[in-house]
Design a protein around this ligand. Structure first.
Ligand SMILES: Nc1ncnc2c1ncn2[C@@H]1O[C@H](COP(=O)(O)OP(=O)(O)OP(=O)(O)O)[C@@H](O)[C@H]1O
Length: 411
C-alpha cells in the first residue's frame, strides 16, 4: 500500500546548507585573479585537460576538507563584488544602501545564499536608457542576450531581449511570463540573478548579472571531456541548484551545458528559465505501490518521447563506474525507481557513491575551489569567453503600436 506521508513536496536539507553561508551580503570583498593563483586549479590554460595533473587537482579539490584550504575561501565567500549591485545604483550607494532610488520598496542588495522563499523584488522599472548595449553574448530561439553597461554605475550586466512577436508566434507567452516570475523569485549561489525587466513596443528585456566565464558548453567543447573529478564538481553544483529549485516547487527542465555558465571564479550559474515550471504540489517522492496516482504520472505519459523511454544509453569505457551508476539511476524512465524521486529525495543523489567525497556544505558556500578559473578580466565587461554572433540589426526602444503588450503585463 502506498504511504501518503512522503507524497508531500520534500523540504530538503538545503536550509542547513545555505543558512550557514550568507556569503554575498558583504559587498566589500574583492577578488583579484592574482588572489586565485594559489587555487588548486592546475589547468590555467583555456581547457580542463584530462591530463593526470588535472585529475589529481580535481581529487584534491573535492577532498578539500581542511579548515584552511589553500585557495583563500574567505575571498570566495565574499565574492560577487560587482554582481550584487542593482544596475541603477551608483557604485557608492550600491555598497551601503538597501533601497534603490526608483522604488522605495525594493531590496537592492543581493540576498544571501539562504533558501528563503521571500522573493527578491526586482520590479524596478528599468528602461533602455539605463544601459548601453554592447555585443551579443548568446542567441536563443526567441531572442538574444546582450552584454550591457549600466549608465548609472558603469558595471556590466546581461540583458536578454525577446521579440514579442516571435514569442507569440512560437506560443511561448506563458513560458516567458513564467520565466520572469520564477527568475525573480529564486535566489541561490548557483542561479543567475534577475534584477528586473522592462519592455518596449516590440521587445521584452530581462536584466541579469553578467556571468563572465562563458558557457560550460564551450569549456567542454574545448576540453572534449572532463576528468572525473571535474565532472563531479560541476555535477555537484548543479545538484545543489536543482535541489534548491525543487524545494521551491520549480522544475527546471532544460538542463544542458549551454545553460550552465561559469562565473569569474569558475563556479556554475544556471541561466535560462524558459522551460522551467512551477509545480507547487509536485510529488517528489514516490515509492511503494502508486495506487492513487494518475496513470499519466505513473507512466510519465505527459512527456511523449517514447524513444527516451525506450532508448538505450551507451556509456563510453572511460566513464567512472560510479558516475555511470548515478546516471543510470537518474535517467531511469520508471519514476518509481528513479533516484531523486524516491523516499530519500535529493538526499539519495547527494549520498550516491560518486559524490562520496563531496563536502556539500562547503560546496554550497563556494568554499571548494573550482577546477578551472576562466581567464577573464573581472568586472571589465570582458566577454572573451563567449562565442561571437552576428549582431542585431533592428534597433531597440521602439515606441508606437504594441499589439502584444497586453500579454506581458508583468514585464
Ligand atoms: N546572465 C548571463 N550572462 C552571460 N551570458 C548569458 C547570460 N544569460 C544567458 N547568456 C548567454 O546567452 C545564451 C542564450 O541565453 P538563453 O539560453 O537564456 O536564451 P534562450 O533564447 O532562452 O535560449 P534557448 O533557445 O537555448 O532556450 C546562453 O546560452 C548564454 O551563452
Amino acid at each position: 500500500m502506498p504511504t501518503l506521508g512522503f507524497l508531500k513536496k520534500k523540504k530538503t536539507k538545503e536550509h542547513d546548507l545555505h543558512d550557514s553561508s550568507s556569503p554575498i551580503e558583504n559587498h566589500a570583498g574583492h577578488i583579484t585573479t592574482a588572489a586565485r593563483s594559489g587555487s588548486l586549479v592546475s589547468a590555467s590554460a583555456n581547457t580542463v585537460s584530462s591530463a593526470n595533473s588535472s585529475e589529481k587537482a580535481g581529487d584534491t579539490m573535492m577532498q578539500n576538507h581542511g579548515p584552511t584550504p589553500t585557495s583563500a575561501p574567505q575571498e570566495t565567500l565574499t565574492s560577487r563584488p560587482h554582481t550584487g549591485t542593482d544596475p541603477t545604483q551608483t557604485d557608492g550607494a550600491a555598497l551601503s544602501r538597501a533601497e534603490p532610488h526608483h522604488n522605495g520598496s525594493e531590496n537592492a542588495v543581493l540576498p544571501s545564499n539562504h533558501q528563503s522563499a521571500v522573493p527578491r523584488s526586482t520590479k524596478g522599472k528599468y528602461q533602455l536608457t539605463d544601459f548601453t548595449m554592447k555585443r551579443t553574448l548568446g542567441t536563443g530561439s526567441f531572442g538574444r542576450v546582450h552584454l550591457v553597461q549600466s549608465n548609472h554605475n558603469q558595471r556590466f550586466y546581461a540583458v536578454k531581449v525577446l521579440k514579442k512577436a516571435q514569442v507569440v508566434k512560437m506560443k511561448q507567452v506563458e513560458h516567458t511570463n513564467d520565466e520572469r516570475r520564477m527568475l525573480q523569485k529564486v535566489k541561490h549561489a548557483f542561479l543567475v540573478t534577475l534584477w528586473g525587466t522592462f519592455q518596449d513596443a516590440r521587445n521584452l528585456y530581462m536584466v541579469m548579472d553578467f556571468i563572465e566565464g562563458g558557457e560550460l558548453f564551450s569549456l567542454l567543447r574545448k576540453s572534449q571531456r572532463f576528468p572525473n573529478p571535474v565532472a563531479k564538481f560541476y555535477a555537484a553544483e548543479v545538484t545543489l541548484a536543482l535541489d534548491y529549485l525543487h524545494s521551491q516547487g520549480i522544475i527546471y527542465r532544460d538542463l544542458k551545458p549551454e545553460n550552465l555558465l561559469l562565473d569569474r571564479h569558475g563556479h556554475l550559474k544556471i541561466t535560462d528559465f524558459g522551460f522551467a515550471k512551477e509545480v507547487p504540489d509536485i510529488t517528489w517522492t514516490l515509492c511503494g505501490t502508486p495506487d492513487y496516482l494518475a496513470p499519466e504520472v505513473v507512466g510519465s505519459k505527459g512527456y511523449n518521447k517514447s524513444n527516451i523511454l525506450k532508448g538505450k544509453v551507451k556509456y563510453p569505457p572511460y566513464i567512472h563506474p560510479d558516475a555511470q551508476n548515478l546516471l543510470e539511476r537518474l535517467i531511469t524512465a520508471d519514476l518509481t525507481k528513479r533516484l531523486g524521486n524516491l523516499h530519500g529525495g535529493s538526499k539519495d543523489v547527494m549520498q550516491h557513491a560518486w559524490f562520496s567525497e563531496v563536502t556539500w556544505d562547503r560546496l554550497a558556500k563556494k568554499d571548494i575551489d573550482a577546477p578551472y578559473v576562466p581567464p577573464v578580466q573581472a568586472g571589465s565587461g570582458d566577454a572573451s569567453q563567449f562565442d561571437k554572433y552576428p549582431e542585431e540589426t533592428e534597433e531597440y526602444g521602439h515606441k508606437g503600436s504594441d499589439p502584444h503588450g497586453y500579454l506581458f503585463k508583468e514585464f
